[in-house]
Design a protein around this ligand. Structure first.
Ligand SMILES: [Zn+2]
Length: 241
C-alpha cells in the first residue's frame, strides 16, 4: 500500500501542506481488538483486518483519505477467560477513541470514519455517539465494516449458516477464517483449523474470503465517498433547551 495513506508516514510539513490545500477530506480511524479467536486463528485478527480494510479503502479514495493509526485493543472482557486477550475497560476505550477523534478534528478533518473491527466495541460507542457529535461538531461515524454485508451475501458465500450476526461476522467462524485465509493465511493454524469440536471454521476457503473482502472494500469505499460528498452526514443532535 502507498505510504501516502498512513498519517504516521507523513511529516508535519507534508500533512500541513495537504490539509491546507484542501486535499484531505476524510480520516479513517480503525479500532478493533486483540483477543482469542478459538484455537486456530491468531489473536490479532480483528485489528489486522480492520487496519487492512482501512488502508485499502483509503487507497481507493486517494489522495483524499488518510488512515490514522487507530486503536488495536478493544472491549474484550467477555474473552478474558482465554489468556492472552488484551482488553480495555469501556471507559478507557471510549476515552481513547474520543481523544483520537479530538486530535483529528483539531488537525482539520471534518469527516471521520471510526472503522470498527470488533463486536464488543459496538454497544459502548452507540451509547455515546450522540454526545461525540455534539462535542466534536463534525461528521464523525462509527461503523463496523461488516455492516456493508447482507443476508444475501451470507446465503451466497457461507456454507455454515446465514444468521446475522452469529454467522456473519460471527467470531472466528467461517467468515473470519475465510478473510484470514485470503489476507494473511499464516494466521490460520492448519493443524487445528479443521480439527475442532466446532465445524464451522473448517468450511472457510480463501476464495470466499476474497469475495467477501472485495465486497467489503467496494462498499465501505462507497460509504466513505458518500461521507466526503456530503450525501451521508450525521446531523448534530439538538441540545437540551
Ligand atoms: Zn474477530
Amino acid at each position: 500500500m502507498s505510504s501516502k495513506i498512513w498519517l504516521g508516514k507523513l511529516t508535519r510539513r507534508e500533512f500541513r501542506t495537504r490539509m491546507d490545500a484542501g486535499e484531505l477530506k476524510l480520516a479513517i480511524l480503525p479500532v478493533a481488538a486483540v483477543e482469542q479467536h478459538l484455537e486456530h486463528l491468531a489473536m490479532e485478527h480483528d485489528w489486522r483486518s480492520a487496519r487492512l480494510i482501512a488502508g485499502a479503502v483509503a487507497e481507493q479514495l486517494a489522495p483524499h483519505a488518510l488512515v490514522a493509526e487507530g486503536l488495536m485493543a478493544g472491549i474484550s472482557e467477555h474473552h478474558m477467560v482465554h489468556r492472552g486477550t488484551l482488553s480495555l475497560q469501556p471507559g478507557t476505550f471510549l476515552a481513547v477513541v474520543s481523544d483520537l477523534v479530538d486530535s483529528l478534528v483539531r488537525a482539520g478533518f471534518t469527516n471521520i470514519l471510526v472503522l470498527n473491527g470488533h463486536g464488543g466495541n459496538i454497544a459502548a460507542c452507540e451509547a455515546v455517539w450522540d454526545q461525540f457529535l455534539r462535542k466534536f461538531q463534525v461528521n464523525v461515524h462509527f461503523f463496523p465494516y461488516w455492516n456493508v454485508l447482507t443476508k444475501e451475501d451470507a446465503i451466497e458465500l457461507l456454507d455454515s449458516g446465514a444468521r446475522l450476526p452469529e454467522d456473519l461476522p460471527g467470531h472466528a467462524q467461517e467468515f473470519e477464517t475465510a478473510i484470514a485465509l485470503h489476507l494473511f493465511p499464516e494466521n490460520v493454524r492448519q493443524e487445528v483449523w479443521k480439527d475442532q469440536t466446532d465445524p464451522k471454521p473448517s468450511m472457510a476457503t480463501a476464495e470466499k474470503g476474497q469475495a467477501f473482502y472485495e465486497r467489503i472494500i467496494a462498499r465501505v469505499t462507497d460509504y466513505a465517498r458518500d461521507m466526503i460528498d456530503g450525501k451521508h452526514t450525521h446531523a448534530i443532535p439538538p441540545y437540551h433547551p
